[in-house]
Ligand binder design. Structure first.
Ligand code: PMP
Length: 450
């Protein structure tokens, strides 16, 4: 055992005591799910995990066993499970008024839009609320096309932007695409990720060559004018990949030169998760024309949004558009609580500090575990790519599942990503402590031993 893996593999203490669980057994839940739920639903673990309670960074199974949640309900529980302040806001709102739709006035929606505008660069101050990241990206596509009068859109290979018919077209993973018409004017440009780029050179040179490819793609595959370009500042589902700091700046210049709008998909990177900045795009020194968000905005409540400039939003007023649940009073109350909690609890700063500790620890593990090919990411959005051979970079997909299972057996939940399923995705609630990070590193050290 390395010095990293101390004898201690005990979860950090907590005062929280889970309630006794008296619901259906795990076997019954599984049987009902098999019989009555759609077979396309899948579980992360080979032996599915039943979770019945959560408190901040911890979740509990039906036996009361506690796990450290380093995946946060797929990067969604931004502030922590059942965060007391957010829960209190939801409770008050749900007891007062649950739903009206936007055809009536309610204070929560404009209050939330105003608060979001205060977090954005000047000019990005008009928001449309929906229920999911897929819907937000569909809406961004619509607005980009209406505003520019152009049809073609460019997304980046290895991206994930949603599962609706529209956003599936933006998504760039064969694993998430059905053989149905879905590209609908969308083209995919090379990913600037230096670890698996077909180009060579420094990460900055690879980024510039990737942008040259984008320029050619627009020239050869579109009418030369495009509606927009969408990119995750750090690709999430794709395995926490991103280009060198010059990539988005150079790409945005090319896109704007072709009449397109630049759309930042902040569904995973937003709300302080990347540590240094509130929004992922700020890490790369760019200002998009539209920002789409979901997941962490609600800490588990179904709310998503597109924020843009007033003149771009105006293009949609030529017809009627309504989203029945979008930003309903309860979801908006949750999101208002989230934005407050991020500030009041110092969660962005915590992401920076704990993210640095985590990454440093993982780099130490990389030095002793040949399976680790790459450690990357920012703040509390970290990816660890597992390969069978560092030279050939053959994806260690089965080994990744083994690590996931072994970590779970030691009470640590982490995620998995990448088109080959060989990237450990570590994206915990932003309220984790140094003790949690050290525990997770110890667990991973052991899990990687096989
Ligand atoms: N964009 C990104 C970057 C995502 O990670 C996801 C979900 N994984 C989506 C969009 C789609 O969000 P939803 O599942 O809420 O539709």
């Amino acid at each position: 055992m390395t010095e990293l893996a101390s004898e201690r593999l005990t979860l950090p203490p907590t005062d929280h005591r889970p309630r006794p669980y008296d619901g259906p057994s795990k076997a019954d839940v599984l049987a009902m799910r098999k019989q009555y739920l759609h077979p396309s639903l899948f579980t992360l673990y080979r032996d599915p995990l039943l979770i019945v309670e959560g408190h901040l960074q911890y979740v509990y199974d039906e036996t009361g066993r506690r796990y450290l949640d380093f995946f946060a309900g797929i990067v969604t529980v931004s502030c922590g499970h059942c965060h007391p302040k957010i829960t209190a806001r939801i409770k008050t709102q749900v007891e007062t008024l649950q739903h009206t739709t936007t055809v009536y006035l309610h204070p929560n929606l404009p209050l939330l839009a105003k608060k979001l505008a205060s977090k954005m660069p000047p000019g990005l101050d008009v928001t449309y609320f929906v229920n999911s990241g897929s819907e937000a990206n569909d809406l961004a596509m619509t607005m980009a096309r209406l505003y520019t009068g152009n049809f073609d859109l460019v997304a980046v290979r290895n991206s994930y932007h949603g599962g609706s018919p529209g956003s599936t077209g933006l998504t760039s993973h064969s694993t998430w695409k059905y053989p149905l018409p879905q590209s609908n004017g969308v083209h995919h440009t090379f990913s600037p990720d230096p670890y698996r780029s077909p180009f060579s050179g420094t990460p900055e040179q690879i980024a510039t060559q990737s942008v040259a490819e984008l320029k050619d793609l627009i020239r050869f595959s579109t009418p030369g004018k495009i509606a927009g370009f969408i990119a995750e500042p750090i690709q999430g589902v794709g395995g926490v990949t991103h280009g060198a700091p010059n990539y988005l700046r150079e790409a945005y210049e090319v896109v704007r030169g072709a009449g397109g709008l630049c759309i930042a998909d902040e569904v995973q990177t937003g709300f302080g998760r990347t540590g240094e900045h509130y929004w992922g795009f700020q890490n790369w020194g760019v200002v998009p024309d539209m920002v789409t968000m979901a997941k962490g905005l609600g800490n588990g409540a179904a709310i998503a949004a597109v924020t843009t400039r007033a003149e771009i939003a105006q293009a949609m007023t030529q017809r009627t558009h309504l989203n029945t649940f979008g930003g309903n009073p309860v979801a908006a109350a949750a999101a208002l609580g989230v934005l407050e909690a991020i500030d009041e609890d110092g969660l962005q700063e915590n992401s920076r500090v704990q993210g640095a500790r985590l990454k440093q620890g993982l780099q130490k593990l990389q030095a002793v575990h040949p399976l680790i090919g790459d450690v990357r990411g920012k703040g509390l959005m970290v990816g660890v790519e597992l390969v069978r051979d560092r030279g050939t970079k053959t994806p260690a997909s089965k080994e990744t599942l083994d690590v996931l299972d072994a970590a779970r057996a030691m009470n640590l939940l982490i995620g998995k990503g990448g088109i080959d399923g060989n990237v450990l995705r570590i994206k915990p609630p932003m309220c984790i402590t140094s003790e949690d990070v050290d525990f997770a590193l110890d667990v991973l050290d052991r899990a990687l031993r096989g």
